[in-house]
Design a protein around this ligand. Sequence first.
Ligand SMILES: [Zn+2]
Length: 210
Amino acid sequence: MKIVVVKEKRKTISLKIENSSSAILKVPKQLSQKEIDKFLESKKHWIEKNISKMTANEEFASSFDLKNNLYIDGKLYAAANTVVLGFDRLSETGKKTAVRKFYKSQFVVLENFAKECSDRFGLFYDKIMPTTSVKVWGSYSSKRVMKLNWKLVIVPRELAFYVICHELSHSKHFNHSPKFWNEVERMCPNYKILRKRLNEYGFLLRSDLV
Ligand SMILES: [Zn+2]
């Protein structure tokens, strides 16, 4: 583990684990090496716990070959060259575009699924749109527009279900209050587990490949 120490004008210490092999430690200018060591020693277990979590996340992410394969509903759907004509002859950019186009063509599945959930639970939206956000899986605006990240096509459908339930609940509550979560739970009783599992797919949001 490489820990980069940044001494700067600040009052508190901040430690951020970047990935399984590096972290950034920001400390007040006057802090001595001895105090830094003492701090790191006191955080040893926390650091170890986070490293193993990051390692597991990285291993999970690397089990997906997003460049060459297509995934739907959390499973390998096909090698891209068996679906996209002449895939192997495309440039890197061309491949990316083709893969993206494939996923976007699948968005209709999410649209239909959201419609089904909306009817089933009696919570509505006026419009549904795909989003390419690198931060969120979905959103629901005061204009009743539900946006779903088109990368949700790739994750297991029950995780997309959680996101849809979450956004539908915003049609009633424009916040994340206990009432909001009760509404989510009504539709999706195991939402806490699903939300955790969805976090493991966070690498998809940040990936520029799809
Ligand atoms: Zn929300």
